[in-house]
Design a protein around this ligand. Structure first.
Ligand code: PMP
Length: 294
């Protein structure tokens, strides 16, 4: 396995960064999680675009054009032997001094890890997941907008810990007004009376690329897609529920806070959208040129 750091490749053991990097010291940086399916990088443009948007808001000037970044990601995949993989693309503020001032960091660090990832068991996908609402609220948009995919994930980790402590794998996070925002690493959808419904952006969550993809697939299937403010009650009385994320894919949810959702089994539309998503991942993407080198 080879890890990309600032234009060079290192073995996993030698892939190291400075303890003075503000990514480590303060979580000052941005990142993306991207998938490779069938030797093609899925939704690469969307991920690169979101990375640059996150960087723009935190005033982090990435020293690469989007084209150069795209090429670096493809090269990082090419340097590794996996046809199916997870890419972690990280841009930190870089090495600085002790103290918050980002201007003391001379140069951002770019790190690309290509590895395997399995978030949940095949059993979870087959039977559906049971999730709970936790007390930890999603970050206030006016404080740290969840649309920035920053290296500071403590808000999500705190919520995830609550879920795990209670014996669950994933948590629903509400926003400051008590409405549904998202899960700790996934967006949330319900199906109600043949419509696909998901929280609208003003509810404060990461604008997921899988979310957008699944919404497009649903429109293509003739389903009505609605973005609106959702309460927990809306979730409890849904016909179906599922989560979406790059790493997790489409995850059926069958129980929320002890309430059985719909029939208690993964729903019809959930399964159809999950299948359509899987098919798309096998078809679309930026191909990785493989030569004799790998
Ligand atoms: N919400 C959060 C908090 C996330 O970290 C992620 C990504 N793991 C998502 C939603 C899903 O976003 P995407 O579909 O772009 O992976």
């Amino acid at each position: 396995m080879k890890v990309y750091i600032n234009g060079q490749f290192f073995s996993k053991e030698d892939a190291k960064v400075s303890v003075y990097d503000h990514g480590l010291l303060y979580g000052d940086g941005v990142f993306e999680g991207i998938r490779v399916y069938h030797n093609k990088v899925f939704k690469l443009k969307e991920h690169v675009d979101r990375l640059y948007e996150s960087a723009q808001t935190i005033m982090l000037k990435i020293p690469f054009s989007k084209e150069e970044m795209t090429a670096a990601v493809v090269e990082a995949v090419r340097q590794n032997p996996y046809e199916d993989a997870y890419i972690r693309l990280v841009v930190t503020r870089g090495v600085g001094s002790l103290g918050l001032d980002p201007n003391k960091c001379a140069k951002p660090q770019i790190i690309i890890i290509v590895d395997k990832i399995t978030l949940y068991s095949s059993e979870t996908y087959r039977r559906g997941m049971e999730i709970i609402t936790v007390a930890t609220r999603r970050n206030l948009q006016e404080a740290l907008n969840p649309r920035i995919k920053s290296l500071n994930y403590l808000n999500n980790i705190m919520a995830k810990m609550e879920a795990i402590h209670a014996g669950f794998e994933e948590a629903i996070m509400l926003n400051q007004n008590g409405f549904v925002a998202e899960c700790t690493g996934d967006n949330i959808f319900i199906v109600k009376e043949e419509s696909l419904v998901t929280p609208s952006l003003e509810n404060g969550f990461l604008d997921g690329i899988t979310r957008r993809t699944v919404m497009d697939l649903a429109v293509g299937k003739g389903l009505r897609v609605v973005e609106k403010t959702l309460s927990r009650h809306d979730l409890y009385v849904a016909d179906e529920c599922f989560l979406t994320g790059t790493a997790a894919g489409v995850v059926p949810v069958v129980k929320i806070d002890g309430r059985t959702i719909g029939s208690g089994e993964p729903g019809k539309h959930t399964l159809e959208l999950s299948r359509a998503y899987d098919q798309l991942t096998q078809k679309e993407g930026v191909p990785v040129p493989r030569t004799a080198k790998v």
